[in-house]
Design a protein around this ligand. Structure first.
Ligand code: HEC
Length: 221
């Protein structure tokens, strides 16, 4: 019936293109719609968690760790329920990663604690004998960049409508308010830590990177 089309190379190419494009759209479009829809109850990151996220990116944690649990029994047994697209609605950029030198971290907040992270970041082999993960001692003295994190939160609120300050969602407020609540959050974390220099820094109103990255990891559920 379509033999005539085979003698029309141009029309034939257009036809092939249309068929593939249509099939592609059917596959892709629903995902676009889903990705922009946060799962129910998903909260935007606090300013302190965002600062921790920046440390995570800066120190290339994502070069060795994924944040994407695939729907295989071997993964859900180990890491918890598989990841859903709506869980990444506030992740800019997403940190799925493509290499697992270390374990997946998408739900690490469910099974690791502040004091565990403190020991592990200072010296991974102290809690996991034989660990090949590098230690990150500089995080205990270097301060996190809270101001940039606040600027990012403000930006995604304006540009992408991330629901900061909406009824029932993470409060952002003014810079002064945000700084204050980041410090409150940092104090609660420092209270569970043993490093005296970190405790002293937080008491002085500073926020070392280790506190920010722990806030971020404790929030990964
Ligand atoms: C060179 C690769 C490498 C890099 C870079 C790296 N890790 Fe790891 N990580 C590992 C390996 C390997 C393990 C497993 C052994 C262990 O627990 O120490 C691990 C384990 C972990 C665990 C424990 C997870 C679990 O389920 O037990 C956490 C949390 C973690 N890493 C966080 C980080 C953070 C945060 C960074 C960035 C500051 C980072 N890692 C950078 C390789 C890496």
């Amino acid at each position: 019936m379509f033999h005539w089309l085979e003698k029309q190379p141009f029309l034939f190419s257009v036809g092939v293109f249309l068929v593939i494009a249509f099939a592609g759209l059917i596959e892709i479009v629903p995902d676009f719609a889903q990705a922009s829809r946060p799962i129910a109850g998903k909260q935007p990151y606090t300013v302190l968690q965002l600062a921790g996220r920046h440390v995570y990116i800066k120190d290339s944690c994502n070069a060795c760790h994924s944040q994407l649990i695939r729907p295989f029994k071997s993964e859900t047994d180990r890491y918890g329920p598989y990841s859903l697209s709506g869980e990444y609605a506030y992740d800019r950029p997403f940190l799925w990663g493509s290499k697992r030198t270390g374990p997946d971290l998408h739900r690490v907040g469910e099974y690791r604690t502040t004091d565990w992270h403190e020991n592990h970041m200072w010296e991974p082999t102290s809690v996991v004998p034989g660990s090949i993960m590098p230690s990150y001692k500089h995080m205990f003295t270097q301060n996190a960049d809270i101001e940039t994190a606040y600027a990012e939160a403000l930006t995604v609120k304006k540009v992408f409508n991330v629901p900061y300050d909406k009824e029932g969602f993470t409060k952002l407020g003014s810079w002064e308010e945000a700084k204050q609540s980041a410090l409150e959050e940092a104090k609660a974390i420092a209270a569970d830590m043993k490093n005296q220099d970190v405790k002293d820094a937080v008491a002085r109103g500073e926020i070392p990177e280790i506190v920010a990255i722990i806030a971020y990891m404790n929030g990964l559920h």
